[in-house]
Design a protein around this ligand. Structure first.
Ligand SMILES: Cc1cc2nc3c(=O)[nH]c(=O)nc-3n(C[C@H](O)[C@H](O)[C@H](O)COP(=O)(O)OP(=O)(O)OC[C@H]3O[C@@H](n4cnc5c(N)ncnc54)[C@H](O)[C@@H]3O)c2cc1C
Length: 400
């Protein structure tokens, strides 16, 4: 089978790239070893981060505010019910130190044209009654949204198919090569494909996929884990987080040569507690937060789940009486400098990558895919992708 562009990885990044490329008229095949959304894109919390474009939109503003617009298109214009809701978000403030930090942060973001507000706990409880009255306040982000991650990722793949793309699930890529520096040959568990151009969108597995082509793509798998309580009648309306990790990571991101920034642990030692969650349309209340380097292990770790549950119950006391019904984990694709890796791979013709979307790739993946599709289609790198250029970190392995 031959395609103009083969996209490897049926997560949000690959599905969005395939959708936008096929809309631009390219003959695309999206190749996924499992089902669409069988990686991180299917197990995440479904929180969509945006504080608006701001006065001088950078890469982060493009990825977040741009993706928000694309989610709206999918739900409202194309008619896919992905449970998208611009719910708003509240970040809980537990201490005087967090209050001072958030005060300064909100002032800085507002001055840059972003859409956030510092609420007293009384005002926060007026829009989210289940919040604990013991909190000192909350940062309110009215643009932040939520959606069902599996439905949303599959909607992009279905929309790609409707524009002519072929979606090949159950096709594990087992080998990659290039004929005479030109056509790519993609070996899969169910046969061979050839393509003029290749997009590597394999999330946390970009390392092993890159190695098939003699590339070193420095992506580290980071385990994120979650739990669910309920279902219960509607009780939580926004997406909910806590200021503890935001303050810690602003002061000390914690990265070094081999460790990405903004993890909750160094080895087994906890550095901070991170928290995010929401109530789904089915009524489950889902929360998570831990980010740990444990290789490709996706077994949830009980002690971390308990710490997270206690943290969530400090924010939403109703959770104290709701037992955890299930837990799960997935692998987030972190780059070592914390920045996304989106663009053309140096030293390989017509080979592109879209990854490094880390802990917020569900909310940033749609625009990441659109920007890459625009680059491939037009042949010119969108200026904003300079900050995500693979040339800063992707290298050819020895002997290639
Ligand atoms: C527990 C958890 C909670 C999270 N919560 C949020 C959140 O609330 N909001 C948010 O914005 N982000 C969140 N994230 C992060 C987000 O899920 C990821 O950043 C995003 O899904 C990454 O998308 P991706 O397409 O790059 O990777 P993935 O979704 O992992 O997709 C990669 C795909 O490549 C496929 N693949 C790998 N190897 C091969 C091969 N050899 N052949 C064929 N296919 C292959 C995999 O099967 C997989 O489907 C969370 C992540 C986790 C784990």
């Amino acid at each position: 089978m031959t395609a103009d562009v083969v996209v490897i990885g049926g997560g949000i990044a690959g599905a969005s790239t395939a959708y936008h490329l096929s809309r631009l008229g390219h003959d695309v095949a999206l190749v996924e070893r499992g089902e669409i959304a069988s990686g991180a894109s299917g197990v995440n919390a479904g929180a969509i981060d945006s504080i608006g474009w701001g006065h001088a939109p950078d890469l982060q503003a493009h990825l977040t505010a741009g993706s928000l617009e694309i989610f709206k298109t999918i739900q409202l214009d194309l008619g896919y019910d992905v449970e998208f809701r611009q719910s708003g978000a509240l970040q809980a403030i537990h201490t005087e130190e967090q209050l001072a930090f958030t005060h300064e942060r909100v002032a800085r973001l507002c001055a840059a044209g972003h859409c956030v507000e510092l609420l007293t706990i009384r005002d926060a409880r007026a829009i989210e009654p289940a919040l604990s009255p013991a909190l000192l306040g909350a940062m309110y982000s009215p643009l932040r949204s939520q959606a069902n991650p599996v439905k949303a990722t599959r909607a992009f793949a279905t929309a790609a198919e409707a524009s002519g793309a072929r979606v090949l699930t159950g096709h594990e890529v087992t080998g990659l090569s290039q004929r005479g520096g030109g056509t790519y040959v993609i070996d899969t568990s169910r046969g061979q494909l050839t393509a003029r151009a290749l997009v590597l969108a394999a999330g946390a597995w970009c390392g092993p996929i890159g190695r098939m082509l003699g590339l070193h793509i420095p992506i580290v798998p980071v385990r994120g884990q979650m739990w669910a309580a309920g279902p219960v009648p509607p009780a939580v309306f926004q997406t909910i987080s806590s200021a503890e990790s935001a303050m810690q990571w602003t002061r000390s991101p914690g990265n070094d040569r081999d460790t990405p920034p903004q993890l909750t642990h160094r080895g087994d030692t906890r550095l901070t507690r991170h928290l995010y969650g929401r109530q789904t349309r089915e009524g489950e209340i889902i929360f998570g937060g831990d980010r740990q380097l444990v290789g490709y292990d996706t077994t949830p770790e009980g002690a971390g789940i308990e710490v997270n549950h206690a943290h969530a119950a400090d924010v939403l006391p109703l959770l104290r009486s709701l037992p955890i019904r299930r837990t799960w984990a997935g692998l987030m694709p972190f780059s070592l400098d914390g920045r996304p890796i989106i663009g053309r791979i140096p030293g390989r013709e017509n080979c592109y990558v879209v990854t490094g979307l880390a802990s917020s790739g569900f909310g940033r993946g749609p625009m990441a895919g659109k920007l890459l599709a625009d680059f491939i289609h037009g042949g010119h790198r969108p200026d904003v992708l300079a900050a995500a250029d693979p040339a800063r970190c992707v290298t050819l392995s020895e002997g290639h």
